[in-house]
Design a protein around this ligand. Sequence first.
Ligand SMILES: [Zn+2]
Length: 621
Amino acid sequence: MSLDIGTIRHEVIPCPLKVRSNPGAFSITPETSIEADGASLEVGEYLAGVLHIQKGNKSTSGGRIVLSLDSARTQLGAEGYTLSITPSAVEIRASHRAGLFYACQTLLQLLPNGRTLACAEIEDRPRFRWRGVMLDVARHFFSKEFIKRTIDLLAMYKMNRLHLHLTDAQAWRLEIKKYPLLTRPLDRKAFPAMWEGHYSQEDIREIVSYAGARQVMVVPEIEFPGHSDAVMAAYPELLCPTHHTSHEGGGNHKEYCTGSEKVFDFVDGVFSEVVTLFDAPFIHIGGDEYMGTSWEKCPDCRRRIEVEGLDREDTRELETLFSKCLGSHKKYLLYRYMMRRIARMVVDRNRIPILWDDLSWQGDYPEKSMVVQWHYQGLFDYANKATTVCNPATQAALAGHDVIVASATHLYFDYFDGGRLIKRLYEFEPEPEDIGGNSEQHFAGLQACLWEHPQKKVDGMLFPRLLAVAETGWTDKSLRTWDDFSTRLESHLPRLDRLGVRYAHTEEIATNGLTEQWKFSASLFKDWLINHCMTGAGTYEVRVEFLQGKATISGALWTDDGHEKPLEPFKSKADGSKIYRFDILDFKPDGLYSVRLIFEGDTKAECQVKCTVRFLSGTTK
Ligand SMILES: [Zn+2]
């Protein structure tokens, strides 16, 4: 499985820019010396440790591995490197430590089992500067050891960003000394996830330092203004004073009051500790899926609109846009005010604010902020109750913001396991075609996001498909071909086995159909991926049965790669149960298919619904 001499075949992921194979081989023996000094010493020691080579070997008989840093070699960028393997020496050169580190990763991949390296000349550099993964450590706590192990796997595949989603409605995981109650909620029944654990400031320093040595930057996310129920359980004074009377049901509805200065004091207190813990130049401030449920009735929020003159600007366009979806554009004005002010607080601390793309409706992101695109054109936006009309990544880049592409169509990893639809993910091009001129430089890269899964499921959700993301982020677009990647991917599965990674296996189609049950009160928005039961073109049936309670089905459609199509009602029963059918004329094996259902129930009574989707017949109309 190693490099074939004389050809350019290799199994390195991500694929390097240039690989030239030469005859001969370099053998690593106990006498091999590793030569590194000054700034390259740390990487040299890392390599010696991984290869079990004694430091300080001076013998020339055992061959030399030489690491040298030359800050003038800038043509391959800070992360690029050259790696030269000859029978007598391995020479690694880079302008920065990151380049040396990545050369070592390539070298280690060329040595999966043995101690022999085929001779080669390699020149390499990444396509994108941001090659990331987001882990949702709020919904479920992941241990420090698990995070460190994930960092090792990211580093192996030259991924360089770990975004930690540290706060959400269910829990706040980051110790803040000024606000000790954040990590000690009072109500065990209401916040069971919170009792799983949190990161002490010492834990965070350890993770950040471990990641830094592996060229992975840890980016913290502290979410505002929504997804904040856990904060409000600890510090209810941050809610609107009118909140309790205008509360509209449970789950993800408690948001910071936009009118209270106490809130901004809190943000300041949190940031003052965050900047001492994380060395990343970024702080992600959330900003997704706000509801503004209590803002309009809150005297403080209303005063904010007046005092700041938020509606003094020309807001006619906003009124047209938001009267339909949010019920009023005032919520949007308050949301924008809050995100702008929090972003400015980040900038004042010499960090760059990052936001989810939910402000994309007007493209008016805060100054100097970076945007993570997750909405895609055609997606129904739950919070705004309308369809996203254009690609927010393009919009943000055109407005001069750096963009990280995390499109939910391909890079949200929570919908199905990591063994499915890898080809579709591999062939996803993160940079939209419609972008031109200078806007291209704003595409920082891409990021896979894994939401809502417990630690024990993470391996199976991330792997092996994360390798496709690693290659898209690193490898020149012209070198990416599925046939070549899929062959190399095969050879990495035994490597992942040896590392104890419990990756998902290739997909099996559920020919009997898929069934899921969901419980909710108030309302439920379900985007249900149905690829696992699809075999080809034909007629499919979707059965919706109420097992408990009753709700109105206010939306029913199916999507074909993000294109929404109505579900045709076939039969209805008196208890509200429904059967729908839809036809697929042109089946795409690598397409993404989902059924989207929106239920409006009773805020008090719990409702349980069972959904089944199955293939009826292959005769197409
Ligand atoms: Zn308020």
